[in-house]
Ligand binder design. Structure first.
Ligand SMILES: [Zn+2]
Length: 279
């Protein structure tokens, strides 16, 4: 239900963006033609890989395998749509985050899409969430989230702003999409079906294709939306679950307090406290 109303409100803002485009055909037309296929390089980043399985310890479904499969499906869809596609990994290998960023930054006209699945100690936690950091990345994040969350039976955890390394250090529009919780039995079962992974790939591709609709540099909608999405503090249930897990290695109540105060910090600081967790 919230997904429907989200779709409606996004549809309304898309419409506003379109109306604004009509008044300024030249710049918009240029941008639109630049965005249509062949000149855009999509750098697809399958989260984790190799010894980095992703997710939380003891998680049954391996995140790195799911992300790679969706990434490869996305590559097929986008290639068929005329995009140039570069994969940060195309097999089960570990690729450092710095290398992933360097790959993205070596293509000036690229957009970067990092694919992840979520995890939480609480098996009931579920839903789709999409992250961006720079303002230039918001249209891409909004468009991808619109399609993925709209197409999934999972709940909508919204577009969020957070300073993940691969989002903060990329110089091109960059988005990290969390395609559901592998620790949620329903979402894990879905993720394990090829047809659902194909659907995820197609929805992400639809977002890539549709991003220029909300990419108007003159759109005040875009700025307003950017400001309405604050940097995410370190409070949502996944992260809380993860931080609880981490702090159990150290002293208990002390780091709980620390964690709370760091939740007020900026994205980059939040990132520091979650350094090895790219979703
Ligand atoms: Zn991940």
């Amino acid at each position: 239900m919230p997904i429907n109303s989200y779709r409606l409100s996004l549809a309304a803002s898309l419409l506003v963006a379109i109306v604004q485009c009509i008044g300024v055909p030249t710049a918009q037309a240029k941008r639109a033609s630049k965005d249509s296929g062949s000149t855009t390089t999509v750098v697809i980043d399958a989260g984790h890989g190799g010894y980095d399985r992703g997710g939380i310890p003891g998680q049954r479904v391996s995140e790195k395998d799911m992300t790679l499969d969706v990434a490869q499906r996305l590559k097929s869809v986008l290639t068929a749509n005329g995009y140039r596609v570069v994969m940060t990994r195309d097999s089960d290998v570990f690729v450092p985050l710095g290398t992933r960023v360097a790959i993205a930054n070596s293509y000036p006209n690229a957009i970067f899409v990092s694919i992840h699945f979520n995890s939480a100690k609480r098996s009931g936690a579920g839903g789709i969430e999409t992250y961006f950091y720079s303002r230039d990345s918001l249209p891409l994040a909004s468009a991808i989230h619109y399609y993925v969350a709209g197409g999934a039976p999972s709940s909508n955890r919204n577009v969020r702003r957070r300073g993940y390394f691969v989002l903060r250090r990329t110089s091109v529009p960059a988005v990290l999409v969390e395609c559901g919780f592998l620790t949620n039995p329903t979402e894990a079962a879905l993720a394990q079906t090829a047809s659902y992974r194909q659907k995820l790939a197609e929805e992400i591709a639809a977002g890539v294709r549709g991003r220029s609709t909300v990419a108007s540099p003159l759109s005040t909608t875009r700025v307003a939306t950017g400001e309405s999405i604050p940097l995410q503090p370190y409070i949502d249930q996944t992260r809380v679950a993860k931080s609880e897990r981490r702090k159990s290695k150290r002293s208990h109540k002390k780091s709980a307090r620390k964690k709370k105060s760091s939740s007020k910090s900026s994205g980059s600081e939040a990132k520091t406290s979650s350094k090895n967790q790219e979703g």
